[in-house]
Design a protein around this ligand. Structure first.
Ligand code: NG1
Ligand code: ZN
Length: 546
């Protein structure tokens, strides 16, 4: 039996007062900040145990991403920068919800089940976003880490992907990069400058990009990074946190779901703009055309641009590596069709939540994964990295081959392979547009999105909805899928599905169809079916239009 008396005494300073039941969901725990003190302490403890178990550095990130400022959250980062292993999510849920007197029992259970040797050293790195509640909550997590005798390093204010990067650096003997925010800026900017070296004729107009920082950590970190980019990218930063509220009427989630520009940004026709979310792991692009129509370039468009670029380079390099794209059910039907039918790439559909996409993408030489909301990255297998490196050094290869291999090498250095990263994705997109001499309009024209609508329905208990086929079909409650099927049939080019959210207490409804009016109507009718068949609460859903 481990001696947990000291840990127990420390836990009394962070009691589970409200007894709210929480679940380790799509992105860890997320709820009102005031309900999280005991959860933070216990996640600090779990991180210490996970570090002892894996004999590696583990990360604790305090953030609630795109949620409103009053919320907060926490997630653990596994050794190679991935999301926490699913088996441990269950431990996290049990620990977070334990009554005070059960805490030691549950810790004991985890230690025994996982055969953790408590004398082994542990090291946990901690990061936080700019929410007013984040500082105190991260200190509580540190208390939890210390309570089980683990060492820690507090990296303070960092974006979520920066913390993932740092964890990966610690566990690869700094092969992945130097384990610091400066190391991150150096690695990414070096790759970006190498890539854009081949585009000497870019005018300042081409280099100009407007960024909406969602009043969050991404804005702060982009300011720090700007000098490293040596004016090869000219950034105008809006919603930088000096005036507005985090994620309020701005940020990637707002822009994607509302399909309109964020407040606080001045946009002229044709100007390239992008929005980060509150912890800077997502990015979406957009612009106004000359008829003042708003155009959104979401995760699907980003995946398509990156995949096109990679396939062209592989052809030039004459490297035979398998490229696959992983999407979720939220991917626009036009993007899937374009990727499969025109680009002839293999496309897979995974369940919502980055870990599902990440795991699927790991199965290929090069796996490009993006959620439609702009969260995504590219994974290169060890073998693919080796082949690219060998080609860079191959004296018998042609100039064109070697140049393509160098571009691939810089691409894999620029992309954050641990998790979706707004800054890294943005820099790669900017480099690709520069190298291809492409405008945002030309990128947008690769395919035309099907009009779509996302809405939320409040129900008494969202767990009554169970899904299958990567969340594209509902198996419960009875009759719901049949109702959706018959509604979908009434529209052309239509598709709809529903699923319980993992981060909010709502059911999400997605619909797409040939026109915006039809997508709106279909989403509305499906919402009514959810409301009636899945225990809707409050007012009946109303039709949502742009
Ligand atoms: P939920 O609330 O489970 O839909 C949302 C996003 C996910 C993912 C997580 C984590 C949508 C439809 N869902 O999950 O893709 O990004 O948040 O932040 O965008
Ligand atoms: Zn986020």
């Amino acid at each position: 039996m481990a001696d947990l008396e000291g840990a127990f005494q420390m836990s009394l300073l962070h009691p589970n007062l409200k007894g709210v039941i929480l679940q380790y969901g799509t992105a860890g725990f997320r709820t009102k900040a005031e309900e999280l003190d005991h959860v933070m302490f216990r996640m600090g403890q779990l991180a210490a145990l996970r570090s002892k178990k894996t004999k590696s550095t583990i990360g604790v990130m305090v953030t609630a991403s795109h949620n409103p400022e009053e919320d907060n959250g926490v997630k653990l980062v596994d050794p190679l920068g991935e999301m926490l292993a699913s088996a441990w999510e269950e431990y996290a849920t049990q620990l977070a919800n334990a009554e005070e007197n059960q805490l030691t029992v549950i810790l004991e259970k985890i230690i025994q089940e996982e055969k953790i040797e408590m004398h082994i050293g542990a090291f946990v790195v901690v990061g936080r976003d700019t929410r007013p509640s984040s500082l105190k909550l991260s200190q509580t997590a540190i208390d939890g880490i210390i309570s089980l005798g683990s060492k820690h390093k507090d990296y303070g204010l960092v974006t979520t992907p920066q913390l993932h990067y740092i964890v990966c650096c610690h566990n690869t003997n700094q092969m992945y990069g130097t384990a610091s925010v400066e190391g991150y800026y150096e690695k990414l900017s070096k790759a970006f400058l190498e890539l854009t070296k081949q585009t000497p004729n870019r005018t300042d107009d081409h280099k100009h990009l407007k960024v909406d920082g969602a009043n969050g950590i991404g804005a702060l970190k982009l300011k720090e990074m700007e000098n490293y980019l040596q004016k090869k990218l000219l950034i105008s930063l809006y919603n930088d946190g000096t005036a507005g509220k985090l994620n309020h009427l701005c940020g990637a989630d707002y822009v994607k779901v509302q399909q309109k520009r964020p407040e606080g940004i001045r946009m002229m026709a044709g100007e390239r703009c992008c929005s980060y979310d509150g912890d800077a792991d997502r990015v979406v692009y957009y612009y106004y055309d000359s008829a003042s129509l708003f155009h959104l370039l979401d995760g699907d468009k980003i995946a398509t641009l990156i995949t096109t670029f990679l396939k062209e380079l592989l052809t030039k390099a004459d490297l035979h590596l398998q490229v696959a794209v992983v999407q979720t059910a939220y991917a626009n039907g036009s993007s899937t069709r374009y990727l499969e039918e025109t680009m002839k790439v293999e496309v897979h559909c995974a369940k919502t939540g980055v870990k599902h996409l990440h795991h699927k993408a790991q199965q290929f030489d090069i796996g490009v994964y993006f959620e439609a909301n702009g969260h995504g990255t590219v994974l290169f297998s060890k073998d693919a990295q080796k082949k690219i490196q060998q080609l860079v050094e191959n004296q018998n290869a042609s100039k064109e081959q070697i140049n393509a291999a160098k571009l691939l090498m810089n691409t894999l250095n620029l992309i954050n392979q641990t998790v979706g990263d707004a800054i890294s994705d943005m820099l790669l997109i900017e480099a690709i547009l520069a190298l291809k001499g492409m405008t945002v309009q030309q990128w947008d024209a690769i395919y035309t999105d099907l009009p779509n609508r996302q809405v939320k329905v409040k129900v008494a208990d969202r767990r009554v909805i169970d899904t299958t086929d990567a969340e594209r079909r509902a198996v419960s409650p009875p009759g719901l899928q049949e109702a959706i099927d018959s509604l979908v049939q009434k529209y052309s080019l239509s598709r709809a599905f529903v699923r319980p959210s993992g981060t909010e207490d709502v059911v999400r409804v997605y619909a797409e169809a040939d026109t915006q009016t039809n997508a709106d109507l279909l989403a509305h009718k499906v919402s009514l079916a959810v409301y009636k068949l899945a225990g809707g609460v409050g007012e009946e859903p109303k039709v949502v239009r742009s």
